[in-house]
Design a binder for this molecule. Sequence first.
Ligand code: ADP
Length: 394
Amino acid sequence: MSDLILVLNAGSSSIKFQAFEAPALDLLWSGQMEGIGAAPHFMARDAARHILAEWRGAAGDHRAALGIIIAWLKGAMAGRRISAIGHRVVHGGPDFAAPVTINGPVLRRLEALAALAPLHQPSNLAGVRAAMEHFPGVPQIACFDTAFHRGHPWEADSFALPSEFHARGIRRYGFHGLSYEYIARRLAAEDPALGRGRLIVAHLGNGASLCAIRDGRSLDSTMGFTALDGVPMGTRCGRIDPGVVLHLIQAEGMTPAEVVRLLYKESGLKGLSGLSQDVRDLEASSRPEASLALSYFAWHVRREIGALAAALGGLDALVFTAGIGENAAQMRRRICDGLGFLGIALDQKRNADGAGEISPTGAPVKVLIRRTDEERMIAEHVQAVLTAGDAVAA
Ligand code: ADP
């Protein structure tokens, strides 16, 4: 019977999982435990997204939540073996440019990076520790959202601060790397010439960023030291003059915790509209604030497309992905309107239909929609690590 690769994505109050059958990497099951510590809710689905199990009850922490996931998995696995577990870890810091097998020293290095991603890294690692306890002896492999960006040129990677800050890890790391790598690999498989070309991938979901990719490698990205930078998001502000943060603390007396809450949770589409962080709600609303928030989002995404096209020295394809990128036809139209000078145009019917290619046939820049799959990217990495016998830490 075939082995399984389990992929875990542990957030602050949820653990999502997917189980793939090796070596073909067919998806068997996906699911999540949400509301850890509050109102836990477990759900598991098959590959066609039919619900196989649902449960509400007590799961006070990540360890208990994973215990419930594992209890369900053990029943479903019917004697199969888990050959490795892949973990989504947001931050690999300056050193980890590839997936790595987690042992004690690696775990300590990843824990030391928690200050760089305080909202994500501790929960990611709580998931790792829980999995190590439940599955001693099973390889645990960390896959990083930052790793795909580690080859950025120094100019893209640095802030114009005294150079010792770069050495101390204060750099522009970039995130959503597993999504970008997945899209870059799929495009290269579909069309090798395009895969070697100049691409901008717009990962527009609750979290949103864009990445310039040349020859399959990340050249620059809109997110920086944290996942706050770049374009506005559901509840995050995106690029902001650091002077605003200084002003809020020094002149308005806000505490650092209040500023963190403002910039991460109360800004972006939610803050601008005062209504919702969800593009669907804003599109359904007749309130002028909703329309302004959508137009602000499109403006700033458009601006970053221009900046990244300049970094690439031209553009061969623009790819939309993630919740907004894959589904919001009106938003794609708003973003692309006015980008004709770059050779970007939309076929409005194809865009409304959500076709794979939404630019007119023969257009100088292909505009594409592709579904991202970060979990599958992790499963592919895990399989490669198992095949290679060990992971490589840069
Ligand atoms: P996350 O970053 O949490 O993974 P997703 O990539 O799932 O987020 O994106 C979620 C967002 O996608 C929603 O908040 C909503 O704004 C947007 N979205 C999803 N479906 C649609 C749709 N059909 N039309 C417009 N926007 C959509």
